[in-house]
Design a binder for this molecule. Sequence first.
Ligand code: ZN
Length: 424
Amino acid sequence: MPDVFADLVGQDEAVDTLRRAAAAASAVLRAAAVPSTTDAAGDGLDALAEESDGGQPTAAVDAGAGMTHAWIFTGPPGSGRSVAARAFAAALQCAYGTGCGECPGCHTTMTGTHADVRMVVPEGLSIGVNEMRALVLRAASTPSGGRWQVVVIEDADRLTEAAGNALLKAIEEPPPRTVFLLCAPSTHPDDISVTIRSRCRVVPLAQPAPEAVAEVLVRRDGVAPDVARWAAAAAQGHVGRARRLARDPEARKRREAVLAVPRRLTGVGAAFDAASALIEAAEAEAEASVAEADAAERAALETALGAGGTGRGAAGAMRGAAGQLKDLEKRQRSRATRAQRDALDRALVDLAGFYRDALTMALRAPVAPVHTDTAALAGAGAQKWDAEGALRRLEAVLECRAAIEANVKPRIAVEAMMLSLWKG
Ligand SMILES: [Zn+2]
């Protein structure tokens, strides 16, 4: 059975760091468990940090150096930030302190059922302050399993300022057995505040090489080697995306539709049509991805509200029901918006890959194309546009991504991009 780090593709250095930290964390627990050293070592990381300041060459010094309360995992989308955070959480809860992948601590963390591990996955465009306060409060409790309280915050770049401040307070004065694992694209101040950054240890993840991604698709997911190689290249280092392309025919169809765009741009009208098609495809994909969760949530809430409808509290419950349904609808709208943006962004990344192929071909650069199946079309583009024209088009796609990121209405940004792609 592979251990919990097996799915971290092409991240040897980060895995090494995390293994050492998990071992150090285990040493902290062992030190706390020995009665004679309990007073000296305390029950957490701070005591060890103080001890290591004393410069004593003991196991505790290693522990203090290897482990800390707050971590940030950075890397491009798909590089495995949340995979790394979850694996590390499992290693912290592992009965052997290694992330063996087999003990109950590892197993329940990896399946998302460990009582002391909370994964925060923002469903809207940001994580609000109330959500964060509740989380910080719960994280301060004593771990029921006797090891660590672990809070994993995916997309920590989506914290609101107020939520960030609430989190900062917890990181500045962490409860002895609480560990925060944040995931963000980078440590740029746009992604994570400087003050939070200064309190965390950073684990940078690299964009995994296509060969490494293909290898894991074959080994873990049973994908045929040639399909795995194609999907890994087409996904441009995004492991989850490569997996979807390899296994989901709908995802392949959507990608093909996106890559048909350059061929379809024959005039102004066609450019606007292509913009509409791209937006609508993203909406449809997003709708499909959230519809099931929406329906399940609504049914669960209706059941909860309808239960015991004749008791004394029923009238009050009914008054509260409208508000709760409204809250749910608001959360679901927010999640739908985010799903649309994510779908559109994936399409833009595919499109950027096409123009990047045209550019590298125009420059005769000795690199493999991102999209092997449209390489001939990209080659034709390279001849027609030359390197400069290909570069202008690539920039138009990247500008569109940046504009949407900066809250320009997606339709407006995409229409502007399509016109630029047509005119060149
Ligand atoms: Zn284990």
